[in-house]
Structure formats: structure tokens, C-alpha cells
Design a protein around this ligand. Structure first.
Ligand code: SF4
Length: 423
């Protein structure tokens, strides 16, 4: 007997039409994007000339450290002692370095480990499991880092530049342009200070979590700045982070370098032989939208950025992350999920995963979170197309610790102005 019923077709819950027809275009709110002579958003690659931060142990190679120690009148082996204090005990306090001769110790330590970051403010949320730090650099520039405890790991989101020259219209950091590149040691010092705080029991309730010997396990370069625009210092910082003998001894795979798509620098990174995790902040699969959303797309298009990301995977064997902030009616359309899946699948299977990040809900702003069902549909379409996709947690929302939200408020600036630099 044959059934007269029509064959069963798999149907998807229809996404309301309005979602696929509405198109909110990116625009700045409350500030004006700086434009170049042709009226395009200005991109600033070179760091403005400012007084350089003092040279620090973490800016130098192990060989250079020995030379500097000798210049300061000490035998070369003292470099190793200082490395131990700084990278293993997270201290730059001469009083704690009793294995160094008392005579001239203060000057010597100050010469090798000059103070780089002065803590201006500390904001806590998630019952103390998330902490945002505001730091003042030697020239008064302000940067932030966010420390987050998760089950089984501790992640630090670090800044790599004071300000940013990439001018993304949704990003608070980009508004003021690029103040300057951070030095390698200023980047590393954020980790050392976080490790010190953890060792002192300052992250979360020690009765609830934590054990001795805990430290930052994961680093994400998603704080202020475009890390690949500060390439040489970024790489020096990464080398120090992974160096087991002369540095922090972290795992390269625990370090995520994220970029809006500086293609030549992605290619360079792939050839470094330090297989860090690589993340591309894509946020749109089509050039029409991405040109407006991520101004650097005017230099390197979506396909070029994806080709570079795929080449990173081929060279390093490390699966690439695609970051995608879901913004209501701007980039969260079902067809964009399909287009993204198509573009990723056309470059092979198993090389990439997608992390959609719901934006903070901001009522009345065009920069607001996608609705829950739209987020779910976006994720489902990618997963159905065979692209592993997981909605990312937006930890630190309450303290503006989310991506693209790091900026010093007027209040921060007032507190910073009144905070004397550490000496
Ligand atoms: S989103 Fe990233 S790259 Fe764009 S302006 Fe902000 S910090 Fe710079």
C-alpha cells in the first residue's frame, strides 16, 4: 500500500520577514567619525610620536637583558634572578628581592623594572569574578584590562594600544583615535599585575574558588587597540608570555590574537612559529555592510581577510575563530548567516568556528542586541551548515568590560588626573 501523503519536507520556523528586509546602517551616535580627504573614515596606522615608556626587562631579549644588567654595574647572572622575581613571583619590589645585594639594589631594580602602570580604578562584578582595571601609563595615557574567572581557567583581556586608529563606528575605544602604541613591557605588565592580584587572593571569593599557584591561563588581545597595528611590540610581548625559561611560560594556544583584518600582518603572524589562537573580528560577511562597519575593510575585503585566516589555519594547524557581534537588524539577518556559512565552507571544512557575541542591549540606540530568537536562528543556520558555532558569553557587561566598550569615561579621567604615577 502506498501512501497518498505528500513527501515530508523539513521546514524551518520562518524568520519574520521584517527581520530580513529591515536594514539598519552603521552610523556613529554622539560623535563624528574622522574622515580622510575622500570622505572615508580615517585609518591611523602609525603611532603618534610621544615620549617612549622607559625600557623594561620585558622589552628586551634574554641576551639584551644581560647586557643591560652589566651596564648597570651588576654581573650578568643577576638578569636571571630578576626574571624569576618578575615572571614567577610577579613582583618589582626591591624589598622582596633579598637575594640581590642590599647596596644599590633599589637603583638596580628600578633601572631594570621601572614602574609602567599606575592603577587608577578597579571595578568588580560577577561576585568578584570579573575585575576591570584602569591603568595610567607614564605619559598619562589611559588603558584598561579585564580579568575574568571561569570554571577551570582565568582569562585576561589586555590592551595593546592606548586608543585605536581603526575608527570602527560602534567602538568606544576608537572614538578618540590612536594615542600611541603600548610597549611590549606595558602589555606584559598587565598580566604580571593580574597574576599578583590572583596570588594575593583578589579574584573572587577565596572560600568559594581558587587554589594556590593560580594565575592567568588565557590571554585575549581584545582590549583597547588593534594588536596587529602594533606588530613588533605585540610579538615581543607574546614571546615573553610563552617563554618557559625567560618569561611567563604560558601556553601559546591560550593566547588569542584578535584583529579586524590587517591581512599582511595576519600572513606574517602565521609564519612566526608561535601557534597562538587567531581570531578575526568579521561582524559582516558582505563588503557592502563591512565597509561601513569596519572601515579597514576598505583596504582588505572580506574574501581577502578570510583567505588570510584560512592560510593561518593551514600554516599553524590552529582552528581559527570568527568573531561576530550580533547587532539588531544590522548584521543579524538569516541570509547573512547563510552567506557566512557559504564563504567559510567554500574554503574547506574543520578549519574555523564562529563565535557570535550578542551586543549589550542599548535601548534607543542602533547599536543594540539582536533579539533572542534571531540570535538562535543565526547560530542554528551556521551549525546546520556544518560550521561549529557557539554564542559567546558577554562577561563584564555591567562594567562595560565587553568588546569595543573599553574607554575612559570623564569620571575615570578625573580620577586619573588626581592619581600620582607610581615611582
Ligand atoms: S573595534 Fe577594535 S579595531 Fe575597531 S576601533 Fe575598536 S578597538 Fe579599534
Amino acid at each position: 500500500m502506498t501512501s497518498s501523503r505528500p513527501p515530508v519536507r523539513e521546514t524551518r520556523p520562518a524568520t519574520p520577514r521584517v527581520r530580513d528586509t529591515a536594514q539598519v546602517r552603521p552610523a556613529t551616535e554622539g560623535w563624528t567619525q574622522k574622515k580622510d580627504a575622500e570622505g572615508r573614515p580615517l585609518l591611523q596606522f602609525a603611532s603618534p610620536k610621544r615620549g617612549k615608556p622607559p625600557v623594561h626587562l620585558a622589552d628586551l631579549t634574554p641576551v639584551e637583558r644581560v647586557s643591560k644588567v652589566k651596564e648597570l654595574g651588576m654581573p650578568g647572572f643577576r638578569a636571571k634572578q630578576l626574571e624569576k622575581h618578575y615572571f614567577h613571583h610577579w613582583t618589582h619590589d626591591p624589598a622582596e628581592m633579598t637575594d640581590l645585594p642590599a647596596a644599590g639594589r633599589d637603583e638596580f631594580v628600578h633601572g631594570m623594572l621601572p614602574p609602567l602602570l599606575t592603577e587608577v580604578r578597579r571595578l568588580e562584578t560577577d561576585r568578584g569574578d570579573t575585575i576591570k582595571f584602569l591603568w595610567k601609563l607614564h605619559d598619562g595615557a589611559l588603558v584598561e584590562s579585564v580579568l575574568m574567572r571561569y570554571p577551570g581557567r582565568i582569562t585576561l583581556c589586555v590592551s595593546s594600544q592606548a586608543g585605536c586608529g581603526m575608527n570602527c563606528p560602534f567602538c568606544a575605544t576608537g572614538q578618540a583615535g590612536l594615542t600611541r602604541n603600548m610597549s611590549a613591557a606595558e602589555i606584559v605588565e598587565q598580566v604580571v599585575r593580574a597574576n599578583r592580584l590572583i596570588a594575593d587572593g583578589g579574584l573572587g571569593d577565596p572560600r568559594r574558588v581558587g587554589h594556590e599557584g593560580e594565575r592567568v591561563t588565557n590571554i585575549v588581545f581584545m582590549g583597547m587597540g588593534e594588536p596587529l597595528a602594533n606588530y613588533a611590540r605585540l610579538m615581543q610581548a607574546v614571546r615573553v608570555m610563552v617563554d618557559k625559561e625567560h618569561g611567563l611560560g604560558m601556553s601559546a594556544r591560550g593566547i588569542t590574537v584578535s584583529t579586524v583584518g590587517l591581512v599582511p600582518a595576519i600572513t606574517k603572524l602565521a609564519h612566526e612559529d608561535i601557534p597562538v589562537t587567531f581570531a578575526l573580528s568579521l561582524h559582516a560577511p558582505d563588503d557592502q555592510l563591512r565597509d561601513e562597519l569596519i572601515p579597514v575593510n576598505s583596504r582588505w575585503k572580506v574574501d581577502e581577510a578570510l583567505d588570510a585566516a584560512r592560510a593561518y589555519f593551514e600554516k599553524t594547524g590552529r582552528r581559527v575563530s570568527i568573531e561576530y557581534a550580533l547587532i539588531k537588524d544590522m548584521n543579524d539577518h538569516a541570509w547573512r548567516a547563510d552567506l557566512l556559512a557559504e564563504k567559510l565552507n567554500s574554503r574547506g571544512r574543520g578549519w574555523v568556528h564562529v563565535n557570535p557575541i550578542p551586543l549589550n542591549p542599548t535601548p534607543g540606540s542602533i547599536w543594540t542586541a539582536s533579539e533572542r530568537d534571531v540570535q538562535d536562528e543565526f547560530v542554528r543556520r551556521l551549525n546546520d551548515a556544518g560550521i561549529p558555532t557557539t554564542l559567546r558569553d558577554t562577561r563584564g557587561k555591567e562594567i562595560d568590560g565587553a568588546c569595543g566598550q573599553l574607554v575612559a569615561t570623564e569620571e575615570d579621567q578625573a580620577v586619573a588626573a588626581a592619581t600620582p604615577l607610581e615611582t
